[in-house]
Design a protein around this ligand. Structure first.
Ligand code: NAD
Length: 497
């Protein structure tokens, strides 16, 4: 058992100033395996005092870290990348056990996390500014990028590894020091990742970890020495964090919830559409912010797609994510399962017909697990409440439209704008979609349009609050302040040499 966990009590430790420390919490939240209900650990709900200790450690580490040349800073990230590769299976198993997703899904998530570590290794190039000589005769102007200081990230339960790595590598590569608060429901993956980070020899205080919930979030928002916060989670909390942290003048990027649409045109390759949309809607048990939640069929696509997707959904094998034959694991908690089942009931009350009904699912040998089977609701009305409510579970609703115009009208009414996809064989339809779709991540014959680490993760509307997104160049801008220097030197002085 590592020093990050107290063996007798399974209590998790915070990582502050380079050492694992007991939280001052008096309350705890259980980390539970969603497939078995086994209690894996106890997350301390750390206090504002713990947050202050982490921020002070980060602030103390900042002056030396910002003076460390970027080319040296990234050496720790190269080491981290190698350690993450070496421990890929071990980390993926932790993700599966605490989050529920299947082992291949957990490995795929880690790959996307590692990709961000790799991209941040390009900081010596990406962090460069620009300059121009003779903005007026003999006067030169230069823009340089400097780190902000102490920055923090707050992350959700559905990607225990990938989402923290949207932020940590860029933040520290740019010369900031960092405080992470993971979801209290899935803290174990990043605890193990921080143990690996420790092995890189990263100077003490550069990366810190505080376990907890709401009190930690609010303390980070209010702390005067925290310069910027990256948040990912549900829209109500994203809005809360955005407003609370803005009140103390922080720089913010807050990614919120989603209700993603796919439009299926009659000329689409239906076999491809069925498979990819099924993977998008039901992969990770629908607990992905880029999961397709509503398919809008146009014209004759209605019947062909409906029959195909119902067959695909019904064929999905559910069970423990560690079982190699399983395609879909459980949802995160009993409350989530209950909420998803009740939203399906709302859809049915609102006139939808369950083509495949995944409620009340049971898996033999895992009676305590939070299992649902995929659900497909046909004929949901575009004006129903469910049409615009995030379900965050393995439920796909089908809506029919007579034209692209009608489908766009429906998409425009959605409060969310994380992702929109189109399935078609027509380049002209694809171009129109790319041009008009009201969302930040667009897929053409793609089910999960997750930007690679070298592109921004571009949510719109209630799916994102801020200007600069996570990943790639946006991340570098977010984690640095631009400074402009205008210089003039006397001509007489220069003639001396
Ligand atoms: P959540 O909003 O419940 O929690 C996110 C974080 O906020 C956690 O660290 C949690 O401890 C903290 N938190 C929760 N309630 C809080 C409160 N009242 N005050 C302050 N902090 C609070 O989200 P979740 O259930 O962990 O994750 C699922 C949600 O995240 C979904 O809505 C999903 O769409 C969204 N998500 C969005 C993206 C994206 O890129 N836009 C990516 C992944 C997940």
């Amino acid at each position: 058992m590592s020093s990050a966990v107290t063996p007798q009590t399974l209590e998790l430790q915070n990582y502050i100033g380079g050492s694992w420390q007991r939280s001052s919490a008096s309350e705890y939240s259980s980390v539970t395996n969603p497939a078995t209900a086994e209690v894996l650990a106890r997350t301390p709900l750390s206090t504002a005092a713990d947050v202050d200790a982490a921020v002070q450690a980060a602030a103390a580490a900042f002056p030396a870290w910002r003076r460390t040349p970027p080319g040296e800073r990234i050496q720790y990230l190269f080491k981290l990348k190698n350690l993450l590769e070496e421990h890929l299976d071990e980390l993926a198993k932790i993700i599966t056990v605490e989050n529920g997703k299947t082992f291949p899904e957990a490995k795929a998530e880690l790959r996307r996390g590692i990709e961000n570590v790799e991209v941040a290794c390009g900081i010596p190039m990406m962090m460069q500014g620009f300059n121009l000589e003779d903005v007026t005769p003999g006067v030169d102007e230069t823009m340089i990028r400097q780190p902000l200081g102490v920055v923090a990230a707050i992350t959700p339960f559905n990607f225990p590894a990938m989402i923290p790595f949207w932020f940590l590598p860029y933040a520290i590569a740019c010369g900031n020091t960092f405080v992470l608060k993971t979801s209290e429901r899935v803290p174990l993956t990043m605890i193990r990742a921080y143990e690996l980070l420790e092995k890189t020899g990263l100077p003490k205080g550069v990366a810190n970890l505080v376990n907890g919930g709401r009190a930690v979030v609010d303390a980070l928002c209010d702390h005067p020495q925290v310069r910027a916060i990256s948040f990912v989670g549900s829209t109500p909390v994203a809005k809360h964090v955005y407003m609370r942290a803005a009140a103390s003048g922080k720089r913010m990027q807050c990614q919120g919830g989603a209700k993603n649409h796919v439009i299926v045109l009659p000329d689409a390759d239906m076999d491809l559409a069925k498979q990819i949309i099924s993977d998008s809607a039901f992969g990770c048990a629908g607990q992905r912010c880029l999961a397709v939640s509503v398919a809008v069929t146009i014209g004759e696509a209605q019947k062909s797609f409906r029959d195909a997707i119902a067959d695909a959904a019904a064929a999905i094998r559910i069970g423990s994510g560690l079982d190699a034959s399983v395609q879909m694991g459980p949802v995160i908690s009993k409350e989530s399962k209950k909420r998803i089942e009740s939203l399906v009931a709302t859809g049915v009350q609102e006139g939808a017909r369950p083509l495949v009904d995944g409620r009340n699912a049971k898996v033999a040998g895992h009676e305590e697990g939070n299992f649902l089977k995929p659900t497909v609701l046909d004929g949901l009305s575009a004006t129903s409440s469910l049409a615009h409510t995030e379900i965050f579970g393995p439920v796909l609703s089908l809506i029919h439209a007579n034209s692209m115009d009608e489908a766009f009208e429906f998409l425009r009414r959605s409060p969310y704008g994380n992702q929109a996809s189109l399935f078609t064989g027509s380049g002209a339809a694809a171009r129109r979609f790319r041009y008009e779709a009201p969302a930040g991540n667009i897929g053409i014959n793609i089910g999960v349009a997750a930007p690679m680490a070298y592109f921004p993760f571009s949510g719109w509307k209630d799916s994102f609050f801020g200007i600069l997104h996570g990943q790639g160049r946006d991340a570098v801008e977010f984690y640095t302040e631009s400074k402009v220097v205008i210089e003039r030197w006397s001509r007489q002085e220069t003639r001396k040499f």
